[in-house]
Write a protein that binds this ligand. Structure first.
Ligand SMILES: Cc1cc2nc3c(=O)[nH]c(=O)nc-3n(C[C@H](O)[C@H](O)[C@H](O)COP(=O)(O)O)c2cc1C
Length: 341
């Protein structure tokens, strides 16, 4: 994709977080370029939660945490976009630097820590975007909310975004909020998801519309816990799983610059762990639960691999940072050629 290939070297000379911000801001004035980028064949129609999608390739959570760039990102050709993670109150996140590029591995390590402008800001953005694809909202808890009160934070976000979301993702898998991943343990999960589903059911009655709930899981789970987690998810009224978030493992990257930074590793080295987790959830979940594959997609075949492990849709983040919108059409073309959808 000529435009992105042209600007990438300049962007990658900037500090990683600055480059992220510059690229996202650029999307608002680069509408024509973005449309050019999206002009390759991006059609591979499919369904997600009963909505028709242009294609099953989505943007993963974390790039547009506050919903500030939905229109610009929407022009790039994603079938669906997930904004967030958003928390009830704004929070600054961890001190910088907290985002590191590992170009040799096409990877990123981040310890952003849910930096976001709070759910009220996101709601303002959700009221006025023009993206016509499916829009998911990823919700979390504030850093200073103890796990015993985590449900209150998730419910506060759910109630505020409910009217504007096509699906809502309960993020329990960021490694950068201390203790968050403990909420994935089957007993804690049953309690938390039970309360969130109750809140969703109340909202569904109030709004006259049923918004599906999705759980985003880590690639670092104890394998023995996955069947029990899948049972909880299936039995409490959750409709989908995103596998996976970033990993705290450090495959292949220890000897590279930044390879031992604290945080979550994403991109190519994550793929085997994310694929394995997806396959394990696929095996353990009943057919009606939607599986979304995420983690380490760097080319079209990687997207096909997710479908072969049970995914019905995929999400990308790090590959998109390195390759730009070309990766969306590469994934779409590969899925079409492999005749998976
Ligand atoms: C800088 C950065 C910030 C992220 N922030 C979030 C977040 O706020 N919420 C979330 O659920 N996932 C977040 N993620 C994880 C991604 O959504 C995705 O699950 C992960 O990066 C694996 O996909 P990838 O290998 O295609 O990047 C973040 C990832 C990166 C690299």
């Amino acid at each position: 994709m000529i435009p992105f290939a042209f600007i990438r070297p300049a962007l990658h000379k900037l500090a990683p977080e600055t480059a992220h911000d510059v690229a996202l801001k650029g999307l608002s004035w680069a509408g024509p370029l973005a449309r050019l980028a999206a002009s390759t064949n991006l059609q591979h129609k499919t369904q997600l939660f009963g909505h028709e999608l242009l294609n099953p390739v989505g943007l993963a959570a974390g790039l547009d945490k506050n919903g500030d760039y939905i229109n610009g990102l929407g022009r790039l050709g994603f079938g669906f976009i997930e904004v967030g993670t958003i928390t009830p109150r704004p929070q600054a996140g961890n001190p910088k630097p907290r985002l590191f590029r590992l170009p040799e591995s096409q990877a990123i390590i981040n310890r952003m820590g849910f930096n976001n402008k709070g759910v009220d800001h996101l709601v303002k953005r959700l009221r006025c975007h023009h993206f016509s694809g499916v829009l998911g909202v990823n919700i979390g808890k504030n850093k200073d909310t103890p796990n015993e009160q985590a449900a209150d934070d998730y419910i506060a976000c759910l109630e505020k975004v409910y009217a504007y979301a096509d699906y809502i993702t309960v993020n329990l898998s960021s490694p950068n909020t201390a203790g968050l991943r403990d909420l994935q343990a089957p007993a804690a999960l049953a309690d938390l998801l039970g309360r969130i589903v109750e809140a969703r059911n109340r909202a569904a009655e109030q709004h006259g519309e049923h918004v599906p709930l999705v759980v985003k899981v880590a690639p670092d789970l104890n394998h023995d816990d996955i069947p029990a987690m899948a049972d909880v998810i299936a039995n409490c009224g959750i409709e989908g799983v995103i596998a996976t978030n970033t990993t705290i493992q450090r495959p292949q990257v220890q000897n590279q610059q930044h390879g031992n930074e604290t945080g979550g590793l994403s991109g190519a080295p994550l793929k085997p762990f994310a694929d394995d987790t997806l396959a394990r959830f696929h095996a353990a979940l009943p057919a009606e639960i939607v599986r979304i594959g995420c983690g380490g997609i760097s080319n079209g075949q990687d997207a096909v691999d997710k479908f072969q492990r049970g995914a019905q849709a995929v999400q990308i983040y790090t590959g998109f940072i390195y390759q730009g919108p070309q990766l969306i059409s590469d994934a779409v073309q590969a899925l079409k050629a492999a005749q998976v959808s």
